[in-house]
Design a protein. Structure first.
Length: 420
């Protein structure tokens, strides 16, 4: 599939490079994409059944689920900064990322032992800790593997492989629920085994460039790692963090959108895991083309357009559209395009702004700003759902997203350019 024709192949292995549309993607990107594919199968098996498991199975209220969804999005976001700083200081990005993957695998096994909503929440918090540790080092490995002008494409390839796992995970959950007697426990068991496979693949197939050799004391010593405050002097990064936070505050979590769709369609619980499949399929098809488009038109402009697509999905759910195939296809397609235009594109926009020695820390800071904003947004949405119902909560979120999009556009917080 996507293998290397560049010097990065020396890092990731000696596999012959393909030609044509498969060219020029470093082996590191491809290997990490495969690890993410397998890990996402595991994660999305759980995510696909979690809303119904908690709200219908364990009786969690919408407000409590909003808090849990926010926790899932950002309660452990500050650990991204810790993981990023450790990875930059030690030059062991693979090791830090592997620790995060291993912790998440352990948490999948722990789901088999918990039976109350808040014990599940504690396990999910630990799982998010693993994600917080691994995401920035993984993205830094990708960013450092390619030149600035190809960042969007590299992240598009990785996110396409990652999303293939997001596509397969709900299908696997659906299959397990269809045949298993014990239902949710069987889903958690298969998810755990798949997560362990992802850790093994990371250890065996992902290669990291060696750390710079130490310089003898008599010679000019290597400069120490710059302090984190150096990042605050980068105006481009400050704008990106502010933009991601403002828009993240009004980003409605896809779990809430799926619950709203399920209510509109009166969908059986057995078919609920299939809703994320449509989103993942669109994301999979669009990730690479949108990444390449962002390299040409400007990554920040595409990022802003992605949030406009999410606004469209919210408005479609609010519109008096018959509960049928057009509604489902429209919402899931817009949600998939939203992820394609925002997830990897944001990292691609930030990568060229950051010095190599602070790449992981800088990406972690950006991810933290976005995750904390989404955490707050999920809490607010859950509270609005509890107080005023799902329809009004979605209307308030759509209005807030529209205002924030207009504010960002007017303020110039997303100045477009080919490489940013």
């Amino acid at each position: 599939m996507y293998l290397s024709t560049s010097r990065a192949a020396d890092i990731a292995g000696d596999t012959p490079a393909p030609k044509g549309p498969l060219r020029a993607v470093p082996g590191t990107v491809f290997a990490l994409g495969l690890v993410s594919l397998v890990t996402d199968v595991s994660a999305e098996m759980v995510t696909a059944v979690l809303p119904l498991y908690l709200m219908a199975g364990l009786g969690m209220s919408p407000l409590a689920f909003g808090a849990l969804d926010g926790l899932h999005q950002g309660a452990t976001a500050l650990l991204r900064l810790v993981g990023g700083r450790i990875a930059d200081r030690t030059h062991r990005r693979k090791l830090v990322a592997g620790t995060g993957y291993a912790l998440s695998a352990v948490c999948k096994a722990a789901l088999l032992a918990v039976t109350t909503p808040w014990s599940v929440a504690a396990v999910l918090a630990a799982d998010r800790t693993g994600k917080g540790l691994r995401t920035a080092p993984r993205d830094a490995l990708i960013s450092l593997s390619v030149p600035p002008q190809e960042q969007g494409r590299a992240f598009g390839v990785h996110r396409a492989l990652d999303t293939a796992g997001a596509l397969l995970g709900p299908l696997a959950a659906f299959g397990v629920l269809w045949v298993a007697v014990d239902g949710y426990e069987a889903v958690f068991t298969v998810s755990c085994c798949t997560a362990v496979l992802g850790v093994v693949m990371l250890a065996l197939f992902v290669r990291e460039a060696p750390a710079p050799a130490p310089v003898p004391a008599a010679a000019s010593p290597r400069a120490p790692l710059p302090p984190v405050r150096t990042l605050l002097r980068l105006p481009g990064l400050r704008r990106l963090c502010l933009t991601a936070a403002v828009l993240g505050l009004f980003t409605v979590g896809d779990a809430f959108l799926y619950l709203l769709l399920q209510r509109r369609l009166d969908l059986s619980a057995a078919y609920f895991p299939l809703l994320p499949v449509g989103t993942a399929a669109v994301f999979l098809l669009a990730a690479l083309p949108v990444g390449r488009l962002a390299d040409r038109l400007g990554r920040r402009r595409v990022f802003l357009g992605g949030h406009a697509l999410l606004l469209g999905a919210c408005l479609l759910l609010l519109a008096p559209v018959p509960a049928g195939a057009p509604l489902v296809v429209g919402v899931l397609a817009l949600l998939g395009l939203f992820y394609a235009a925002t997830d990897g594109v944001l990292m691609a926009a930030a990568g060229p702004l950051l010095p190599a020695e602070l790449r992981t820390t800088g990406l972690a800071a950006l991810q933290t700003a976005q995750a904390l904003a989404r955490f707050a947004g999920s809490l607010l949405f859950g509270a609005a759902w509890t107080l005023w119902g799902p329809g009004r909560a979605l209307g308030l979120a759509a209005g807030g997203l529209l205002v924030s999009l207009a504010a960002v556009a007017v303020s110039g917080g997303l100045r477009a350019g080919r490489s940013s």
